[in-house]
Structures are given as C-alpha cells and as structure tokens.
Design a protein around this ligand. Structure first.
Ligand SMILES: C[S@@+](CC[C@H](N)C(=O)[O-])C[C@H]1O[C@@H](n2cnc3c(N)ncnc32)[C@H](O)[C@@H]1O
Length: 269
C-alpha cells in the first residue's frame, strides 16, 4: 500500500505561551487585513516605513533583510520596494499565507516563513542577513528576550545590523482620561499577562482566544541586545503615531515618548 509522504516541521515545538499567541493571531488575521493597504498599493511602489527607519537603514538595494514577526508582511513588502531582498518570519501560519498572497498579487519577490523567532528556524542560514528588522508591537509577545536576541545575532552577517523600531514599553502604562494622561498598570511588572478580546479591533472585541504578553522595560530590551553580542549604535525616541490605539487622544499622548528606534551592529569576526 502506498503511504502518503509525512512532512515533519524540522523546528522544535513552541512553548505554551507562543502556541496560544499563534492561535490568537491566526484567528484575527483575516479581520486585521482591513487595516492594511492592499496588494495594489505595494505593486505601485508603496511603503509603510517611517522616514527615520529608512534613514537609519540607508541604501538597502541588494541587501538581504530578514523581518522577524512580520505579521501579514506589509512592512516586509515595503522593504522590498526599497530594494532589499526580503524574508519575513511570523508564528502565525494564516498571516504568512496572507503575506505570501499579497506579495504574489503585487508581483513582488519575497520569501515568507511560518516559524517561532525564539529559536533560529532551521530554514534560515546563520550569518546570511545584512539587516534584521523588527518591531511595531513585536517584542511584547516573546517569553524570552535573550533567546530572541541570540537569534538576531545568529542570523546577522558580521557587520550586519539590527533595526528595531518598537513601541516604547511605557506606552502600555498610559491612557488619556478627560484630557489628562493617566498611569495604568506598572512599568516594572514583568509577569506574563493573559488577555482575550482585541480592544482596538472592531468586530474582535470579544475574541475568545487567550494570548500572553510580556512587559519589558526599555533597559531590559537594550540589555538583551547588548548581552547577545551586538554593539548598540544608536537609540532614538519618537512621539507615538498609534492613532489606531489612541484615536482623538493621540495629540495628548504625543507629548510623551511613543516609540524608539534601536540600531545595533554585529561586530566583525
Ligand atoms: C503587532 S504584530 C507586529 C508585526 C507588524 N508590525 C504588524 O503590526 O503587523 C506581532 C506579531 O508577532 C507575531 N508573533 C508573536 N509571537 C511570535 C513568535 N514567538 N515568533 C514569531 N512571531 C511571533 C504575531 O503572530 C504577530 O504577527
């Protein structure tokens, strides 16, 4: 009797936090497509990258760029439009499908891989990327930042750079109430937090899939990157542009820090 071929995932199983996050992100993937531009935007050269990201990266034409936690790939395609040879990685298989479809529909060459970024996916060759890019609400999903930073180090070629454009971790501790900024939660609380429902996505407010988030201070993030062996080149702070999160309160929130851009380089061997 003929047997069907068995395709095994060559990567180690993910931990329980990451498995829950994968399922929660898969469940919201199609609905979340509505917030992103369509393939046509990218086909005509469109980009979602911020000026300061492009400035930090410089000329990326011909460079190999790995986008960790790429979601449905819109920033990955933006880097491709800037001239980079791109690979996007995300734990959510549905988002990766949507990303691959968007690239195909836009006629853009890009590779996408469904995998956990807490350990180097075997499909990604060590020291093969000039740039590792990530951020936009990425790090708070990772149970172990030191493991993530080690993966970044492994993927980069000597002299390669990490470009991390991330929400400032303090942003989660701020809310605007009656025109004033209120402090919520505790910036130094590093316990895993379980949530359900997506407050900021119409139609998904009551999504039942549990997910886990991990708060880190800015110091925790910079320390993990440095401890992995990368040399910090710059750390800049910017006001928030997260209108999806703060709506009409954005002008008030913008008086405090909203995001940061960290550039770190792997030393030459
Ligand atoms: C807020 S998104 C950030 C990506 C992009 N900036 C965006 O806004 O779509 C967070 C992403 O992290 C992914 N993610 C969470 N944990 C992960 C892990 N361990 N490995 C790879 N991707 C992960 C989720 O699937 C989700 O697409």
């Amino acid at each position: 009797m003929d047997r069907a071929p068995i395709h095994r995932n060559p990567n180690p199983p993910v931990n329980e936090y990451t498995a829950a996050n994968r399922d929660a992100w898969d469940a919201i993937a199609d609905l979340r497509q509505d917030i992103w531009p369509s393939a046509g935007f990218f086909a005509s050269g469109g980009s979602l990258l911020r000026e300061h990201e492009l400035e930090a990266a410089g000329d990326v034409r011909g460079l190999r760029l790995c986008h960790l936690q790429c979601g449905s790939g819109e920033e990955t395609l933006s880097w491709a439009n800037a001239g980079a040879r791109v690979t996007g990685v995300d734990i959510s298989p549905r988002q990766i499908e949507l990303a691959a479809r968007k690239a195909r529909d836009a006629g853009i060459s890009a590779e996408f891989l469904a995998a956990d970024v807490s350990a180097r996916p075997v499909e990604l060759v060590p020291e093969s990327f000039d740039i590792v890019y990530t951020g936009g609400g990425a790090l708070g999903w990772l149970p172990d930042l030191d493991s993530w930073a080690a993966v970044v180090h492994q993927l980069l070629k000597p002299s390669g750079r990490l470009i991390l454009n991330e929400e400032h971790p303090q942003l989660g501790n701020l809310e605007v109430r009656d025109g004033s900024i209120a402090i919520v939660g505790d910036y130094f609380d590093r316990q895993p937090h379980r949530t359900t429902g997506w407050r900021h996505f119409a139609g998904a407010e009551h999504a039942p899939e549990p997910r886990w988030e991990f708060h880190r201070t800015l110091g925790d993030i910079v320390t993990s990157v440095a401890r992995a062996g990368l040399r910090i080149e710059s750390l800049q702070e910017f006001p928030s542009t997260a209108s999806w999160r703060f709506g009409d309160d954005l002008p008030t929130i913008r008086r405090l820090l909203g995001s940061f851009l960290l550039v770190a380089r792997k030393p030459d061997a």
